[in-house]
Design a protein around this ligand. Structure first.
Ligand code: PAF
Length: 281
């Protein structure tokens, strides 16, 4: 496994790759089994797996956790080595943005005004801009992202489609703890009481999925159930719960196969997100 920190080293490694099909896994580090499952998927999609580790300031708003975002470079590299990644790109800020903060950025459009985007203005502009930049630097044939960041995945797919970027975008299933909590680097912030409370989020989603499978199709009824479940946990503060079409992200009134139930909540000061795609009725 080779580790490179500069664009020049990355370009040299790319040249050496010849015709091999490259699959990219963009990350912000502090890797967990969810990220490593993306590496496994990338291995199936390409002959060569490139992983980037970069905590992208453009996607953090004022007062968010940019400074305290967890970092552990050596542990990340050990995990990636064990998982068989080929090339790791670990740029510093001035290597990623050598001309300072970009003035030309990728506008995510109206789909970013919903769900998480409604509460994190500028977030998806920052995400799409860094992903477009990584695509430009690595020139992958495929890229793999986690379904936990569902809106992000949908927007990246839309960017690739609308800008003809020619990258196959794969969204990999959410990896969960035994009690259902979706894996996230931010789970590291949770104290033990918060950690126990956080599991109520996935429970609320799974319960709504069971009610849908049992015949309840009204989005408002399912969402009421989710809100009630989350409200019963005093350490949780729901930010939103919505039932949306998986392509347009528009809210739906009637829930059908493929509808996504998505939520965001604060657990203490930690913002967590989760979602389920409805299937199996
Ligand atoms: O999902 C993430 O970790 C980040 O949003 C990404 C895609 C690596 C862009 O910084």
């Amino acid at each position: 496994m080779r580790v490179v920190a500069t664009r020049a080293e990355l370009a040299e490694a790319q040249e050496g790759a010849g015709d091999r099909r490259t699959a990219l896994v963009p990350t912000m580090g502090y890797l967990h089994e969810g990220h490593l499952s993306l590496v496994d998927r990338a291995r199936e999609l390409g002959d060569r797996v490139v992983v980037s580790i970069f905590v992208n300031p453009l996607q953090f708003g004022p007062g968010e956790d940019l400074e305290r975002y967890p970092r552990d470079r050596e542990r990340d590299l050990d995990l990636l080595r064990q998982r068989g990644a080929d090339l790791i790109f670990v740029p510093e800020l001035d290597e990623m943005y050598p001309h300072g903060e970009p003035t030309v950025t990728v506008s995510p459009g109206s789909m970013a005004k919903r769900l998480c985007g409604a509460h994190r203005p500028g977030h998806f502009r920052g995400v799409l801009t860094v992903v477009a930049r990584l695509f430009g630097l690595v020139r992958p044939e495929a890229a793999v992202f986690g379904r936990k960041d569902f809106q992000q995945g949908v927007l990246i797919r839309r960017m690739v489609r609308d800008l003809e970027m020619g990258v196959q975008v794969e969204l990999s299933p959410i990896v969960r703890e035994d009690d259902g909590l979706a894996l996230s680097s931010r789970n590291a912030y949770l104290g033990s009481g918060e950690r126990a409370a956080a599991a109520a989020l996935s429970r609320a989603l799974f319960e709504a999925r069971e009610r849908w499978r049992a015949g309840t199709s009204s989005a408002s009824s399912l969402l009421e159930g989710i809100r009630g479940r989350v409200a019963a946990e005093s350490l949780l503060q729901l930010q939103y719960a919505e039932a949306v079409d998986p392509d347009s992200l528009e809210s739906v009134g009637q829930v059908v196969e493929g509808t996504v139930l998505a939520l965001a909540a604060f657990c203490g000061t930690t913002r967590l997100i989760d979602n389920v795609e409805l299937s199996g009725r």
